[in-house]
Design a protein around this ligand. Structure first.
Ligand code: PBG
Length: 322
Protein backbone atom coordinates (compact mmCIF):
# COMPACT_ATOMS: atom_id res chain seq x y z
CA UNK A 1 0.00 0.00 0.00
CA UNK A 2 1.38 3.36 -1.03
CA UNK A 3 -1.17 5.30 1.00
CA UNK A 4 -1.40 4.50 4.69
CA UNK A 5 -3.31 7.31 6.40
CA UNK A 6 -2.51 5.77 9.77
CA UNK A 7 1.11 6.98 9.44
CA UNK A 8 -0.15 10.50 10.19
CA UNK A 9 -1.81 9.24 13.35
CA UNK A 10 1.04 7.21 14.80
CA UNK A 11 2.08 9.46 17.70
CA UNK A 12 0.75 12.43 19.64
CA UNK A 13 3.41 14.66 18.09
CA UNK A 14 2.50 13.73 14.53
CA UNK A 15 -1.20 13.93 15.23
CA UNK A 16 -0.69 17.44 16.59
CA UNK A 17 1.49 18.38 13.60
CA UNK A 18 -1.18 17.48 11.04
CA UNK A 19 -4.13 18.78 13.02
CA UNK A 20 -6.40 20.85 10.77
CA UNK A 21 -8.49 22.62 13.39
CA UNK A 22 -7.35 24.13 16.63
CA UNK A 23 -9.46 25.33 19.49
CA UNK A 24 -8.30 28.03 21.87
CA UNK A 25 -9.78 29.73 24.92
CA UNK A 26 -9.53 32.91 22.81
CA UNK A 27 -12.22 31.52 20.52
CA UNK A 28 -14.73 31.25 23.34
CA UNK A 29 -17.29 33.65 24.77
CA UNK A 30 -18.70 32.75 28.18
CA UNK A 31 -22.41 33.52 28.69
CA UNK A 32 -23.09 34.35 32.36
CA UNK A 33 -26.34 35.00 34.24
CA UNK A 34 -26.78 37.91 36.62
CA UNK A 35 -29.52 38.45 39.23
CA UNK A 36 -30.23 41.32 41.58
CA UNK A 37 -29.26 41.29 45.25
CA UNK A 38 -26.08 40.37 47.05
CA UNK A 39 -24.19 37.19 47.94
CA UNK A 40 -26.39 35.13 45.67
CA UNK A 41 -25.18 32.15 43.70
CA UNK A 42 -28.04 29.97 42.54
CA UNK A 43 -27.49 26.98 40.31
CA UNK A 44 -29.62 26.69 37.18
CA UNK A 45 -31.32 23.33 37.73
CA UNK A 46 -31.17 22.22 34.13
CA UNK A 47 -27.54 23.43 33.72
CA UNK A 48 -25.32 21.74 36.31
CA UNK A 49 -22.28 23.91 37.05
CA UNK A 50 -23.92 27.11 35.76
CA UNK A 51 -25.16 29.71 38.23
CA UNK A 52 -27.08 32.95 38.42
CA UNK A 53 -24.82 35.35 40.31
CA UNK A 54 -25.60 38.59 42.07
CA UNK A 55 -23.30 41.38 40.84
CA UNK A 56 -20.77 41.08 43.71
CA UNK A 57 -20.28 37.34 43.09
CA UNK A 58 -20.36 37.70 39.32
CA UNK A 59 -17.33 39.99 39.57
CA UNK A 60 -15.50 37.25 41.52
CA UNK A 61 -16.53 34.66 38.97
CA UNK A 62 -15.24 36.85 36.16
CA UNK A 63 -11.95 37.32 37.98
CA UNK A 64 -11.47 33.56 38.18
CA UNK A 65 -12.36 33.13 34.51
CA UNK A 66 -9.95 35.89 33.46
CA UNK A 67 -7.30 34.03 35.41
CA UNK A 68 -7.99 31.02 33.18
CA UNK A 69 -7.60 33.10 30.02
CA UNK A 70 -11.23 33.87 29.16
CA UNK A 71 -11.43 37.35 27.67
CA UNK A 72 -15.03 37.78 26.50
CA UNK A 73 -18.25 37.42 28.46
CA UNK A 74 -21.90 37.59 27.44
CA UNK A 75 -23.98 38.51 30.48
CA UNK A 76 -27.74 37.91 30.52
CA UNK A 77 -29.97 39.46 33.20
CA UNK A 78 -32.62 37.60 35.22
CA UNK A 79 -35.09 40.39 35.97
CA UNK A 80 -37.56 40.39 38.89
CA UNK A 81 -41.05 39.54 37.69
CA UNK A 82 -42.26 42.79 39.31
CA UNK A 83 -40.07 44.83 36.93
CA UNK A 84 -41.39 43.18 33.78
CA UNK A 85 -44.09 44.79 31.66
CA UNK A 86 -45.51 44.37 28.14
CA UNK A 87 -43.22 47.08 26.73
CA UNK A 88 -40.04 45.89 28.51
CA UNK A 89 -39.40 49.40 29.81
CA UNK A 90 -36.86 48.12 32.32
CA UNK A 91 -34.63 47.19 29.37
CA UNK A 92 -33.67 50.84 28.83
CA UNK A 93 -33.55 51.98 32.44
CA UNK A 94 -29.96 53.26 32.69
CA UNK A 95 -29.94 52.42 36.41
CA UNK A 96 -31.28 48.90 35.85
CA UNK A 97 -29.49 45.69 36.80
CA UNK A 98 -28.05 45.15 33.34
CA UNK A 99 -26.41 48.51 32.54
CA UNK A 100 -25.09 48.65 36.09
CA UNK A 101 -23.38 45.24 35.88
CA UNK A 102 -21.95 46.24 32.48
CA UNK A 103 -20.42 49.36 34.07
CA UNK A 104 -19.11 47.36 37.03
CA UNK A 105 -17.46 44.71 34.89
CA UNK A 106 -15.81 47.31 32.65
CA UNK A 107 -14.64 49.32 35.69
CA UNK A 108 -13.11 46.25 37.37
CA UNK A 109 -11.78 44.55 34.24
CA UNK A 110 -11.10 47.17 31.57
CA UNK A 111 -9.39 44.57 29.40
CA UNK A 112 -12.43 42.28 29.32
CA UNK A 113 -14.59 42.36 26.20
CA UNK A 114 -18.34 42.42 26.83
CA UNK A 115 -20.96 41.21 24.42
CA UNK A 116 -24.39 42.28 25.63
CA UNK A 117 -27.84 41.04 24.75
CA UNK A 118 -30.37 43.16 22.90
CA UNK A 119 -33.83 41.58 23.18
CA UNK A 120 -37.02 42.22 25.10
CA UNK A 121 -37.67 38.77 26.55
CA UNK A 122 -35.84 39.09 29.90
CA UNK A 123 -37.91 42.23 30.64
CA UNK A 124 -41.18 41.34 28.91
CA UNK A 125 -44.15 40.20 30.99
CA UNK A 126 -45.19 38.24 27.89
CA UNK A 127 -41.84 36.46 27.65
CA UNK A 128 -41.50 37.38 23.98
CA UNK A 129 -38.75 39.14 22.05
CA UNK A 130 -41.22 41.65 20.66
CA UNK A 131 -44.22 43.69 21.67
CA UNK A 132 -47.30 41.47 21.73
CA UNK A 133 -50.62 42.80 20.49
CA UNK A 134 -53.62 40.51 20.19
CA UNK A 135 -51.35 37.50 20.01
CA UNK A 136 -49.16 39.00 17.26
CA UNK A 137 -45.56 40.16 17.60
CA UNK A 138 -45.21 43.74 16.33
CA UNK A 139 -42.02 44.23 14.35
CA UNK A 140 -41.42 47.93 13.78
CA UNK A 141 -42.69 49.03 17.19
CA UNK A 142 -40.26 46.56 18.76
CA UNK A 143 -37.34 48.15 16.88
CA UNK A 144 -37.88 51.33 18.89
CA UNK A 145 -37.44 49.43 22.17
CA UNK A 146 -34.38 47.59 20.83
CA UNK A 147 -32.80 50.87 19.75
CA UNK A 148 -33.28 52.35 23.22
CA UNK A 149 -31.79 49.38 25.06
CA UNK A 150 -28.91 49.20 22.59
CA UNK A 151 -28.05 52.81 23.32
CA UNK A 152 -28.19 52.30 27.11
CA UNK A 153 -25.88 49.29 26.80
CA UNK A 154 -23.44 51.20 24.61
CA UNK A 155 -23.43 54.07 27.12
CA UNK A 156 -22.72 51.57 29.90
CA UNK A 157 -19.61 50.38 28.04
CA UNK A 158 -20.61 47.34 26.01
CA UNK A 159 -18.10 46.39 23.31
CA UNK A 160 -20.36 44.22 21.17
CA UNK A 161 -24.14 44.25 20.97
CA UNK A 162 -25.87 40.96 20.24
CA UNK A 163 -29.42 41.40 18.97
CA UNK A 164 -31.00 38.02 19.74
CA UNK A 165 -34.58 38.93 18.92
CA UNK A 166 -34.97 38.17 15.17
CA UNK A 167 -37.10 41.21 14.31
CA UNK A 168 -36.65 42.34 10.70
CA UNK A 169 -34.45 45.39 10.26
CA UNK A 170 -33.06 45.44 13.78
CA UNK A 171 -29.40 45.45 12.86
CA UNK A 172 -29.84 48.50 10.63
CA UNK A 173 -31.94 50.28 13.21
CA UNK A 174 -29.48 49.63 16.03
CA UNK A 175 -26.53 50.66 13.83
CA UNK A 176 -28.27 53.94 13.04
CA UNK A 177 -29.11 54.67 16.68
CA UNK A 178 -25.52 53.92 17.74
CA UNK A 179 -23.95 56.00 14.99
CA UNK A 180 -26.19 58.99 15.58
CA UNK A 181 -25.18 58.97 19.24
CA UNK A 182 -21.49 58.73 18.35
CA UNK A 183 -21.02 55.05 19.24
CA UNK A 184 -19.49 54.17 15.91
CA UNK A 185 -17.00 51.82 17.53
CA UNK A 186 -19.53 49.57 19.21
CA UNK A 187 -19.79 46.33 17.21
CA UNK A 188 -22.83 44.29 16.31
CA UNK A 189 -22.74 40.50 16.39
CA UNK A 190 -26.05 39.61 14.82
CA UNK A 191 -27.98 36.49 15.71
CA UNK A 192 -28.31 36.02 11.97
CA UNK A 193 -29.71 32.50 11.74
CA UNK A 194 -31.46 31.92 15.03
CA UNK A 195 -33.75 28.94 14.85
CA UNK A 196 -36.98 28.29 16.79
CA UNK A 197 -35.32 25.61 18.86
CA UNK A 198 -36.18 23.27 21.69
CA UNK A 199 -32.58 23.57 22.85
CA UNK A 200 -33.22 26.94 24.53
CA UNK A 201 -35.25 25.36 27.35
CA UNK A 202 -32.63 25.54 30.12
CA UNK A 203 -31.82 29.18 29.26
CA UNK A 204 -35.47 30.10 29.72
CA UNK A 205 -35.31 28.35 33.12
CA UNK A 206 -32.29 30.47 34.02
CA UNK A 207 -34.04 33.74 33.20
CA UNK A 208 -37.66 32.72 33.85
CA UNK A 209 -38.23 34.08 30.36
CA UNK A 210 -40.34 31.43 28.62
CA UNK A 211 -43.18 32.85 26.50
CA UNK A 212 -46.40 33.08 28.52
CA UNK A 213 -48.42 32.24 25.43
CA UNK A 214 -47.60 30.90 21.99
CA UNK A 215 -44.13 30.19 20.67
CA UNK A 216 -41.41 32.09 18.81
CA UNK A 217 -42.02 30.59 15.37
CA UNK A 218 -43.20 33.83 13.74
CA UNK A 219 -39.81 35.40 14.27
CA UNK A 220 -37.20 32.68 14.85
CA UNK A 221 -36.32 30.52 11.84
CA UNK A 222 -37.84 27.19 10.89
CA UNK A 223 -35.32 24.40 11.64
CA UNK A 224 -36.15 22.93 8.23
CA UNK A 225 -34.65 25.88 6.37
CA UNK A 226 -31.12 26.45 5.13
CA UNK A 227 -31.38 28.89 2.22
CA UNK A 228 -33.37 31.30 4.34
CA UNK A 229 -30.21 31.78 6.41
CA UNK A 230 -28.66 33.37 3.30
CA UNK A 231 -31.48 35.92 3.16
CA UNK A 232 -30.98 36.78 6.82
CA UNK A 233 -27.23 37.02 6.29
CA UNK A 234 -27.60 39.26 3.21
CA UNK A 235 -29.72 41.65 5.25
CA UNK A 236 -27.38 41.64 8.25
CA UNK A 237 -24.40 42.38 6.01
CA UNK A 238 -26.23 45.23 4.28
CA UNK A 239 -27.43 46.60 7.61
CA UNK A 240 -23.92 46.75 9.06
CA UNK A 241 -23.39 43.62 11.15
CA UNK A 242 -19.73 42.96 12.03
CA UNK A 243 -20.07 39.27 12.88
CA UNK A 244 -22.75 36.76 11.82
CA UNK A 245 -23.96 34.15 14.26
CA UNK A 246 -25.73 30.81 13.92
CA UNK A 247 -27.73 29.41 16.83
CA UNK A 248 -27.96 26.63 18.07
CA UNK A 249 -24.64 25.17 16.95
CA UNK A 250 -24.38 21.39 16.67
CA UNK A 251 -27.78 20.76 15.01
CA UNK A 252 -26.93 23.54 12.50
CA UNK A 253 -23.30 22.83 11.53
CA UNK A 254 -24.37 22.86 7.87
CA UNK A 255 -25.68 26.41 8.28
CA UNK A 256 -22.43 27.52 9.91
CA UNK A 257 -20.53 26.12 6.92
CA UNK A 258 -22.98 27.71 4.47
CA UNK A 259 -22.45 31.18 5.92
CA UNK A 260 -18.70 30.63 6.20
CA UNK A 261 -18.52 29.77 2.49
CA UNK A 262 -20.67 32.70 1.37
CA UNK A 263 -19.55 35.64 3.51
CA UNK A 264 -16.19 37.17 4.28
CA UNK A 265 -17.36 38.28 7.74
CA UNK A 266 -16.36 36.30 10.84
CA UNK A 267 -18.88 33.60 11.73
CA UNK A 268 -19.84 32.84 15.32
CA UNK A 269 -21.97 30.05 16.74
CA UNK A 270 -23.96 29.80 19.95
CA UNK A 271 -23.59 26.40 21.57
CA UNK A 272 -26.80 26.83 23.54
CA UNK A 273 -28.07 25.84 26.95
CA UNK A 274 -29.76 22.60 25.82
CA UNK A 275 -26.62 21.45 24.04
CA UNK A 276 -24.75 21.99 27.30
CA UNK A 277 -27.46 20.27 29.35
CA UNK A 278 -27.48 17.16 27.14
CA UNK A 279 -23.78 16.51 27.57
CA UNK A 280 -23.91 17.26 31.30
CA UNK A 281 -26.90 15.01 31.90
CA UNK A 282 -25.42 12.07 30.03
CA UNK A 283 -22.05 12.54 31.74
CA UNK A 284 -23.72 12.61 35.18
CA UNK A 285 -25.35 9.29 34.36
CA UNK A 286 -21.97 7.92 33.39
CA UNK A 287 -23.27 7.38 29.87
CA UNK A 288 -20.54 9.33 28.14
CA UNK A 289 -17.28 11.05 28.90
CA UNK A 290 -18.31 14.67 29.45
CA UNK A 291 -14.90 16.25 28.92
CA UNK A 292 -14.21 14.35 25.72
CA UNK A 293 -17.65 15.14 24.32
CA UNK A 294 -17.31 18.81 25.27
CA UNK A 295 -14.00 19.16 23.43
CA UNK A 296 -15.28 17.21 20.45
CA UNK A 297 -18.43 19.36 20.23
CA UNK A 298 -16.52 22.64 20.40
CA UNK A 299 -13.98 21.41 17.87
CA UNK A 300 -16.71 20.37 15.46
CA UNK A 301 -18.28 23.84 15.64
CA UNK A 302 -14.92 25.38 14.83
CA UNK A 303 -14.31 22.88 12.02
CA UNK A 304 -17.70 23.74 10.53
CA UNK A 305 -16.47 27.32 10.12
CA UNK A 306 -17.16 29.29 13.29
CA UNK A 307 -14.21 31.32 14.54
CA UNK A 308 -16.02 32.29 17.73
CA UNK A 309 -18.16 30.10 19.98
CA UNK A 310 -20.49 31.17 22.75
CA UNK A 311 -20.55 28.26 25.16
CA UNK A 312 -21.42 27.49 28.77
CA UNK A 313 -18.42 25.15 28.67
CA UNK A 314 -15.99 28.08 28.33
CA UNK A 315 -14.72 27.92 31.91
CA UNK A 316 -14.54 24.14 32.02
CA UNK A 317 -12.62 24.11 28.74
CA UNK A 318 -10.28 26.86 29.92
CA UNK A 319 -9.60 24.92 33.13
CA UNK A 320 -8.19 22.05 31.05
CA UNK A 321 -5.37 24.43 30.08
CA UNK A 322 -4.88 22.61 26.79
C1 PBG B 1 -33.80 35.28 23.69
C2 PBG B 1 -32.60 34.42 23.84
C3 PBG B 1 -32.65 33.03 23.97
C4 PBG B 1 -31.35 32.60 24.10
C5 PBG B 1 -30.52 33.73 24.06
N1 PBG B 1 -31.31 34.83 23.89
C6 PBG B 1 -33.78 32.09 24.07
C7 PBG B 1 -34.95 32.29 23.24
O1 PBG B 1 -34.89 32.74 22.11
O2 PBG B 1 -36.02 31.98 23.76
C8 PBG B 1 -30.98 31.17 24.28
C9 PBG B 1 -29.59 30.85 24.68
C10 PBG B 1 -29.41 29.46 25.15
O3 PBG B 1 -30.33 28.59 25.07
O4 PBG B 1 -28.32 29.20 25.63
N2 PBG B 1 -33.59 36.57 23.26
Amino acid sequence: MLRRPRRNRKSPVIRAMVEETTLSVKDLIFPVFVIGGEHKKIEVKSMPGIYRYSPDLLLEEIASCVELGISTFAPFPAIDEARKDPLAKESYNPEGLYPSIIRKIKANFPEVCLMTDVAMDPYSSDGHDGIVKEGKILNDETLEVLGKMALVQAQAGSDILGPSDMMDGRVGHIRQVLDEAGYTEVSIMSYTAKYASGFYGPFRDALDSAPKAGDKKTYQMNPANRLEALIEADLDVEEGADILMVKPAIPYLDVIRLLKDHYPLPIAAYHVSGEYAMIKAAAQQGWLNGTQCMVESLLSIKRAGASTILTYFAKEYAALRL
